[in-house]
Design a binder for this molecule. Sequence first.
Ligand SMILES: Nc1ncnc2c1ncn2[C@@H]1O[C@H](COP(=O)(O)OP(=O)(O)OP(=O)(O)O)[C@@H](O)[C@H]1O
Ligand SMILES: [Mg+2]
Length: 457
Amino acid sequence: MARILLVDDEPSILSVLCTVLRAEDYQVTTAATGQQAIDLIKSEDFDLLISDIRMSPVNGMDILKVVHQERPDVAVIMLTAYGSVETAIEALKLGAFDYVTKPFKVDELLITVQRALAYRNAITENATLKEQLQTRYQFDNIIAESPSMKNVCDMIRRVAPTDTTVLIYGHSGTGKELIAKAIHAYSLRSKKNFLPVNCAALPEPLLESEMFGHVKGAFTGAIADKEGLFEAAHGGTIFLDEIGSMPLSIQGKLLRVLQEKEVRRVGSNKTVAVNARVLAATNVRLEKLIEEGLFREDLFYRISVIPIEIAPLHERREDILPLVYHVIKKETPEGAEFPALNADVCSLLENYTWPGNVRELENAIKHAMTFAKDNRITREVLPPKIAATPIDVNPDGEGGERFDATRGRSLKAFLREQEKKYLSQVLQFTGGDKERAAKTLRISLATLYRKLPEEQN
Ligand SMILES: Nc1ncnc2c1ncn2[C@@H]1O[C@H](COP(=O)(O)OP(=O)(O)OP(=O)(O)O)[C@@H](O)[C@H]1O
Ligand SMILES: [Mg+2]
């Protein structure tokens, strides 16, 4: 809960503002004089100061100077009477976040308060914030047990309140759209639209009109004016999914929209101002597409201000069972008993390669729940592809090696053989990409080369 210090020498304003802010669940402390405010700032912790400028003998600017020197991480909003905007601008120069002119609309003030607090959270890296991040990793619907997913959640929390463009990279089914939605949901735009557009699903002219709109008669079939998603997402977020598939001509137009913050509907020569936050996702490396001449480098820099990378599920096995339980919970009807999982099933699920990532896991569990006997999930009710995974060749070497076959050999020979098997499995996962394989194995590329049989080098 954000702590706000409210300062005004007019008791009526103090009391109205205090009621409004408390109704929004802020923790509010009030001060009726400038001196009282300065004493409080020196002795207590606040996130935000809202102060009248004109007071006597200690005025708002005096308070601001103290904050500036002693508590630079406190955000400040100044209240100014109509006509004294110059002082307000002075206040901005001294580090105030914003000012609001009296008489003000409550909604307007509340939005400024939200923005000031969000801005403060995004830029401060103080100990409290870090602690909070550590204990509040969990979003309601995002499972994040692995360090890499915790890191993703950490990034969501940081970037959500800003208006920065975010590029989400991850293989298919890793949760790109889920992450994009979370960024929107935790942003100040959450009450406005979140509009996804799949850049791979539409042919070029349709995609262009979908994104930017068109006017009547712009092309055959354009029987009426149509608003594009950029306009429809005004105040909200537009999610450009599979942006790597966007044709080059549209990339150029998108770049212009991002630079100029205005769109021109197809067939029109009028521009319309747009205020949509852009999030994008891709399952191919855009750097690679740039090399191949399929993606504009200038656009890449503009959209990848903050990159977020989601690891494939087999690289974050800690998430697997929590995800399984998450799906079971979602799929079990209210009041019904959760199905039980056999131990060998758990180990199978943890060791399977999940090429389709979380989406495949969801489908597998739904499948298993449909076919479960006596409310028990056994290997037999898993999709055949997963059930057929032999546990004894699992990469981590857990869950039932066939010791008979290896009896009589030295430990070293046994380990070498297992290592070879595992290396080739990992290389298979990565489609022969050695750099990625080395990352998965948490060894250096040089070590990987050393360990590989000649023919794979
Ligand atoms: N960490 C997670 N916690 C809970 N559910 C998740 C998580 N990651 C993914 N999911 C779920 O998995 C499914 C696939 O996620 P999503 O559609 O976001 O993936 P995607 O990367 O956009 O996939 P695609 O590349 O196929 O478009 C969704 O139902 C989503 O809710
Ligand atoms: Mg998707």
